[in-house]
Ligand binder design. Structure first.
Ligand SMILES: [Zn+2]
Ligand SMILES: [Zn+2]
Length: 762
């Protein structure tokens, strides 16, 4: 046997191609699993990507990290199943299809036909499947792509239904009328975790408005808002009962006017003023004022409006210390309205346009800057505007279509996550986070501020919410399996659980015998992906044992943005269902930036095509660079020069050492067929190298056990470059050059061979 020679300049892409072919033709991945079939499992969950978009360079990082950890555990003797998964439902898919069809609203989808629309969605979700599979294969990520879980399959949906039904039975799934972040373009509410994905810095028009008091002349309460569109919906002014307010006099435009605002907010005033008296919020309660717009009046006999009310949430941190209250467009406002019986009437429709209650601007989109200007000009013309300025703040936008969200009162279904908040926090403490700060900080705080999960979406392509409701007596029921639905409805075949077919299935009400129909919503697609520990195995309908062996996961790794996405939905669902966390170790991966430290984005044009890099440099150099340059939780500034340097320094040195060994081993016919020379009989420098190698193995294992991936890589790099090449090989070259194969030379061969073999396995 001769060792295979290597050229001094390795063509990595070519070499990798032959290795991939070898792996595939010999089914190495499958065999690595078969060989360990009875070994203890190390459980890995794959966070499902959406295959309707192209994979990017950040997917190479996360997939390399997953692969490294899973391979390491495999080499340690564990059985590591790696089931691929695809996220296939929800707004991301619908919006792409809307673009393809050149339609822009739900009305147009209805006209086009929900059946056809959902068919298009189904066809589109694997648009880039080939690229995903090719990337996964090309970077050497061993993943079972042959048997993935897919969130749109009937089996998957059935498992999700079962999970929802369990939560329903615990009374933790309910319908409520609440203020929700709402996208007027997609015409659906979003959950708080979705909302947190889409904050953008925006500069908006902020106005300080003069609310004219009924009593006396030229007396106004000042209130400040950044959302002028909510002013027609104003029904009250809220003051803090214990806050100190002032009555001030100011001369403006030649006349004297009286204003009320919090003493601590006097800096809101422009120009000179005189303080006439101080008073407490309680002193102002019940003062009546006139509606701002003469053509809007929301008052009715049961629900008086347009007066000053006390509220604990008022503070003096910004504005005037008086809160303009629009019951339908703010959570505090809504709660106050319920408490004191203010009118709860929308002035804005579900497309984000003023409705018939605001006749002057009926049909106009409320966030349209031109409309906003008209509205403010109107106030100015009525002498009701005190001041306006630009105000820059982070405002939530739809994470999918980029429209600014509106806080909007709407009926919607919720998971009562606040009921298990303490358990969520306790379960989070059982998770080892890498880095630790994410678990305590970002994620921990997110849990501390938990609000109920807004689950339902008024959309089409998603897991249909499995709740049927009696139109007559209001009885509701969560259907937990396809079999249950068949037996209730008498329908024998249900080939597709999606809309619109599912909505056609009805059954008699167990209470009053009238017809039960499904509530029309679909669910948040984040519930789908968070359900994967159960639904990937069609649990509990099949694979009970398999599920139990694979729950919880030992290891997951995804981008840090998943603290409000998948990391969250996984934890919530397993806490509600199994009472514990569904993962033990979580690596949170930071963003990848461009060379200058800028975020990569299509609009900036600084994204990197992973396939171009792979073709140019090869997967090993790219992976080595991404894994060693920083720990996963420190942002990488992507620099191709550093890949070239990795090739030159680390790979170049390793190849040289190997090339040196091969050259002489082949000349001398060394095959390591003879018995190993006992270590204690080898020269000191050989013993030193083997000892250093053993220390390296220990270090690398320790690092990998602690997910210190870059430290492990750097230790290997240091060993290869400094200890193996610069020290050992350089100092021992002469031993290989000797003409006769004595014990000294044999010892050198054996030592170098053993060291290279170890390196190959690390
Ligand atoms: Zn949207
Ligand atoms: Zn009924």
């Amino acid at each position: 046997m001769r060792f295979r020679e290597v050229p001094s300049m390795i063509d990595f892409p070519k070499l990798e191609k032959s290795i991939l072919e070898f792996w595939e033709s010999h089914h190495i991945f499958e065999r690595s699993l078969q060989q360990r079939a009875s070994a203890p499992p190390f459980v890995f969950y794959e966070g499902p990507p959406t295959a309707n978009g192209r994979p990017g360079i950040h997917h190479v990082i996360s997939r390399s990290i997953k692969d490294l950890v899973c391979r390491y555990k495999t080499m340690q003797g564990f059985l590591v199943h790696r089931k691929a998964g695809w996220d296939t439902h929800g707004l991301p898919v619908e919006i792409e299809v809307e673009k393809d069809l050149e339609i822009q609203s739900k009305d147009q989808i209805e006209i086009y036909g929900v059946e056809k629309f959902n068919q298009k969605c189904r066809e589109s979700v694997f648009r880039y499947l080939n690229e995903w599979n090719e990337l996964t294969r090309r970077i050497g990520f061993w993943l079972d792509l042959e048997h993935p879980y897919i969130t749109y399959t009937n089996e998957y949906i059935e498992s999700v239904w079962w999970l929802l039904a369990q939560i329903w039975k615990k009374n933790l799934l309910y319908r409520g009328f609440k203020i929700l972040p709402y996208c007027p373009r997609c015409e659906t509410p979003l959950s708080s975790h979705e909302t947190s994905l889409g904050y953008q810095e925006v500069t908006e028009r902020a106005v300080t408005v003069k609310f004219p008091l009924v009593e006396g002349k030229n007396r106004y309460v000042l209130a400040w808002t950044t959302t002028p569109w909510t002013l027609p919906g104003n029904v009250a002014l809220a003051v803090g009962p214990e806050i100190v307010y002032v009555e001030v006099e100011q001369h403006r435009d030649g006349q004297s006017e009286i204003y009320y605002l919090a003493e601590e907010r006097l800096n809101m005033l422009q120009g000179e003023y005189t303080i006439r008296r101080r008073l407490k919020g309680t002193d102002m309660v019940s003062w009546k004022y006139r509606p701002l717009f003469e053509f809007v009046n929301l008052e009715d006999p049961e629900h008086p409006a347009y007066y000053v009310a006390p509220a604990e949430f008022v503070n003096t941190e910004e504005g005037t210390g008086v809160v303009h209250t629009a019951v339908m467009y703010g959570e505090d406002d809504y709660q106050l309205g319920v408490k004191i019986g203010l009118p709860a009437k929308h002035t804005v429709d579900e497309k984000g346009r003023f409705n018939e209650r605001v006749p002057k601007w009926q049909g106009r989109y409320v966030k349209d800057p031109a409309l906003e200007k008209e509205l403010v000009d109107y106030l100015q013309s009525q002498n009701l505007l005190y001041r306006e300025e630009n105000y820059t703040h982070a405002y939530p936008h739809c994470w999918r279509c980029d429209s600014p969200l509106l806080y909007y009162a709407k009926k919607s279904w919720y998971l009562k996550t606040t009921a298990v908040k303490d358990q969520l926090i306790a379960n989070n403490k059982t998770i080892q986070w890498f880095p630790k700060e994410v678990g305590e900080g970002r994620f921990g705080q997110w849990l501390e501020n938990n609000v109920d999960w807004a689950l339902s979406r008024d959309r089409y392509w998603g897991t249909p919410l499995n709740i049927w409701e009696c139109g007559s007596c209001g009885y509701t029921l969560a259907v937990e399996s396809v079999a249950m639905l068949k037996s209730l409805s008498g329908v024998e075949e249900i080939p597709d659980l999606h809309k619109p077919y599912i909505d056609e299935i009805t059954f008699p009400c167990p209470q009053c015998k009238n017809t039960m129909t499904r509530t029309p919503e679909v669910i948040d697609c984040w519930f789908d992906s968070g359900a994967m520990p159960y639904a990937q195995f069609h649990y509990p309908f099949s694979n009970k044992e398999l599920f139990e062996k694979n729950f919880p996961a030992d290891f997951i790794a995804e981008g840090i943005d998943q603290t409000r996405g998948w990391f969250y939905s996984l934890l919530v669902i397993s806490t509600l269902i199994s009472g514990r966390a569904s993962y033990k170790n979580c690596v949170s991966i930071e963003l990848i930036l461009d060379k200058e430290g800028q975020k990569m984005s299509k609009s900036r044009g600084n994204t990197v095509d992973p396939f171009v890099i792979l073709d140019q440099y090869g997967a090993d150099p790219l992976r080595w660079y991404l894994l060693t340059v920083n720990p996963p939780w420190v942002p990488i500034r992507f620099d191709e020069e550093e890949i070239r340097e990795a090739i030159r320094k680390f790979f170049g040195t390793l190849v040289n050492v190997y090339g040196f060994f091969v050259l002489y081993a082949n000349i001398d016919g060394f095959e390591y067929k003879e018995a190993p020379i006992p270590v204690e009989k080898r020269p000191e420098i050989d013993r030193w190298l083997l000892s250093t190698r053993n220390s390296l193995v220990k270090t690398v294992n320790q690092c990998l056990d602690q997910y210190e991936l870059s430290k492990a890589g750097k230790a290997i790099e240091h060993f290869v470059i400094d200890e193996l090449s610069n020290w050992y090989v350089r100092r021992n070259r002469r031993r290989f050059w000797k003409s006769e194969m004595g014990e000294d030379k044999l010892s050198a061969y054996q030592t170098l061979y053993e060291t290279l073999m170890t390196l190959a396995k690390l």
